[in-house]
Write a protein that binds this ligand. Structure first.
Ligand code: FES
Length: 87
């Protein structure tokens, strides 16, 4: 598990191994648009302000993934204990 923090509210959410950032946030009423939920379409793309995403998508180019300033919350996870998102 890891945590995500929303920059706007400062709220922190725990993402369990069997769920996704997208699902946890949507369940909490934080709406992120999504479509494929498989890391293909890029609809859910979200800016990352702090922390290092564990990119699992097929959407971002390698250089874009390496920049670590955006990720796909439908499938990607975190390499750091916390990710701060621009939400
Ligand atoms: Fe398609 Fe996340 S919903 S990449």
């Amino acid at each position: 598990p890891f945590e995500v923090k929303l920059a706007s509210s400062g709220k922190v959410y725990t993402i369990p191994a069997d769920s996704t950032v997208l699902r946890v946030l949507n369940d909490a009423g934080v709406f992120i648009p999504a479509s494929c939920e498989q890391g293909v379409c890029g609809t859910c793309l979200t800016r990352v302000l702090d922390g290092v995403p564990d990119h699992r998508d097929l959407y971002l180019e390698q250089a874009e993934q390496a920049a670590n300033d955006q990720f796909t919350p439908c499938c990607s996870r975190s390499k750091t204990a916390m990710l701060t998102l621009d939400l």
